[in-house]
Write a protein that binds this ligand. Structure first.
Ligand SMILES: Nc1nc2c(ncn2[C@@H]2O[C@H](COP(=O)(O)OP(=O)(O)O)[C@@H](O)[C@H]2O)c(=O)[nH]1
Ligand SMILES: [Mg+2]
Length: 335
């Protein structure tokens, strides 16, 4: 099933009747939509469904224009909507062109299909990569099809995950989210990691961290930037920092988040590419999970280039309105 228009996806979500347990249920059947995780999205999704034929006008409601934040489920619904519109005839525009010396130096890995949209999730063991992937797939760690979480589950080979349940269909089975082995092992040395992991062929690279950055991390990010591969610095587990800083120093959530942002900025991270999240609590309106997903969607639409709606003036103005309505503007880097 191809979802052609925003109203149709909004209506699909809005048709959901009872409230239960957040994004998890958005995926698992769409028969229940949760109050717990995403109250803003729930209200705006229902409002959007009522708008119906008003088309992209309903997107403002969806994103809670003026609220200064994008809820996780709104971000995810937008992500799915964009994916359903994508045409993957061409590889990402930043990927090396076939037959060139560049492509010889950086070959496309044989395990990667460019006929779908691929996001790499990288970072150190324990940073929360598997939890992040589960959350995008709306799964809890104890779900049978979830990525294994916790000690002793080190990824040694690239492993793809599809979206889950009904969402796969809604996104025309276009998304692959890859759990990649971290850089710096014997099998995956730092020096050739970008080449070995095929990172130049991905639609985006999500760099998950839960602590300070090393020189190696920053070097990797600089290379991605040089190769124009959209990257996302995802500082995970901020829920822990917030709780600890409150308990230890009596510092409130906003001040703790500002401190983390400052620290990342000080380490050379572009604030427009930096997202503070808790993969365990994507619904929190203090964190950037929804913004991250929405940015991934906007980037992919630009790098694969042929999204009909992105050539449409009303879409562009809505996208601009959205950017203006959120706390931060769209990334300054043009992919
Ligand atoms: N408090 C908190 N714990 C998290 C978060 N994300 C992951 N964890 C925990 O961190 C540990 C490692 O997570 P995992 O996803 O397996 O990390 P990976 O090795 O990078 O795949 C697990 O115990 C998770 O429950 C988060 O956002 N907040
Ligand atoms: Mg893992």
């Amino acid at each position: 099933m191809v979802m052609d228009s925003w109203p149709s996806i909004v209506t699909t979500f809005g048709g959901v009747t009872s409230a239960a347990n957040g994004l998890h249920n958005l995926y698992c059947g769409l028969s229940t939509l949760a109050a717990g995780w995403f109250p803003t999205a729930k209200a705006s999704i229902v409002a959007g469904a009522c708008v119906g034929a008003a088309g992209f006008g309903s997107m403002g409601a969806m994103f809670g224009v003026g609220a200064g934040f994008i809820s996780a489920s709104a971000g995810l619904a937008y992500f799915i909507h964009v994916l359903a519109q994508m045409n993957t005839e061409n590889p990402p525009c930043h990927a090396p062109q076939q037959g060139t010396a560049d492509a010889q130096a950086y070959p496309s890995p044989d395990w990667l299909s460019l006929r779908v949209l691929n996001w790499a999730v990288i970072g150190r063991v324990g940073s929360g990569k598997s939890t992040f992937i589960n959350t995008i797939r709306c799964l809890k760690a104890n779900d049978p099809s979830a990525a294994a979480v916790g000690v002793g589950h080190t990824t040694t080979q690239p492993r793809p995950y599809n979206l889950n349940g009904r969402m796969t269909e809604m996104a025309s089975n276009m998304a692959r989210i890859w759990d990649l082995p971290g850089a710096g092992t014997k099998q995956w040395p730092c020096a050739s990691y970008i080449r070995d992991a095929g990172l130049r062929y991905f639609d985006g690279v999500v760099f998950v961290t839960s602590g300070a950055f090393s020189e190696v991390d920053l070097n990797l990010i600089q290379q991605l930037l040089a190769f124009k591969v959209p990257y996302y610095i995802v500082r995970n587990k901020v829920d822990q920092d917030v709780a600890n800083n409150l308990e230890d120093n009596g510092v409130g959530v906003n001040d703790t988040l500002s401190e983390i942002r400052q620290e990342l900025l000080h380490n050379g991270c572009d604030p427009l590419r930096t997202f503070l999240i808790s993969a365990k609590h994507p619904d929190s309106d203090h964190y950037d999970f929804g913004l991250l997903i929405r940015t991934m969607a906007l980037d992919v639409s630009s790098i694969r280039g042929q999204l009909r709606e992105f050539q449409n003036a009303s879409f562009t103005s809505t996208a601009e309105a959205l950017a203006a309505a959120t706390t931060r503007s769209s990334p300054s880097v043009s992919w």
